[in-house]
Design a protein around this ligand. Sequence first.
Ligand code: IPM
Ligand code: MG
Length: 357
Amino acid sequence: MKTYRITLLPGDGVGREIVPEAVRVLESLGKRRGRCFEFREALVGGAAIDRVGVPLPDETLTAALEADAVLLGAVGGPKWEGLEYAKRPERALLGLREKLGTFANLRPAVLFPMLKDASTLKPEVIEGLDIMVVRELTGGIYFGTPRGVERYEGGERGINTEIYTTPEIERIARIAFGLARKRRRLVTSVDKANVLEATELWRRVVTKVHAEFPDVELRHMYVDNCAMQLIRRPTQFDVIVTTNLFGDILSDEASMLTGSIGMLPSASLGGAVGLYEPIHGSAPDIAGQNIANPIATILSAAMMLRHSFELEDDAAAVERAVHRVLERGYRTPDILQPGMTKTGTREMGGLIADAIA
Ligand code: IPM
Ligand code: MG
């Protein structure tokens, strides 16, 4: 039997509570469907800073590179906010993405029909919502140089640089068009081509790559308009492809359409090893209280089964289990509604693990 080696990086805050729930679900799946998962845990983020002084220790990077896939919880928290930039927990995340080379970040925003009243938007606006945000993850202003804060005659100045090269745009565009082929065949490329030259190039290159995918429709949209359209009529979108920074912002926005950021998984692909994580952060305000929603992480594990292990049926089994538990009325506090059963982190994980067929 093939052994799937998974490196777990729970990290900080609620990460330490939700990753174990995803592990339970995978173990249940393994038992019921005859899969062998091998887990290895490593330090990342604030937890790593506290133990060994750096957010991304070499051993962690090695453990990630040696694995078949990496499941990450979240990093960061108020305890480490005062640290200098290079030593912050968030650097671990950026370092991992860079070192693993995971340039394509898939963030699906799908509405679970039974949660349509949990969204702050009207049910009729979000009915049928199924968006795939494809965020470029290893380039752009997150990594561009020059960067930093320096002194000048008038005081200090902060500098960041947005850079995109043709190959970087081409490869992310191909991922987006390829995904659209398995969906509704519509790609919306989001940029700020009217102001930023780097995204003027983005638009040009995406248009060129589109010629390889004549069966997919391509639309271009400025990021400010996209932010507005996402609220106005979100169902007009199928696949959204965009830069690192715009993708960061728009994926948070898209997540709230679904009712809770606690529901959204992600997959970071295209590199040596796939990296899977919920899109929410470490949520220090609710950490340690057994109230965090583990579903985003459990759905991230499902994405891992699909994209890294090519176990489509198993991925679908996990997703069905999530559906079933929600259908039976169980809700963590972030998605709780009148008449539903309030459920803690561990209970939710256990229910989903038990619901795997
Ligand atoms: C995300 C997060 C990260 C990002 C932070 C924590 C560095 O917001 O994954 O969306 O900006 O990419
Ligand atoms: Mg973000």
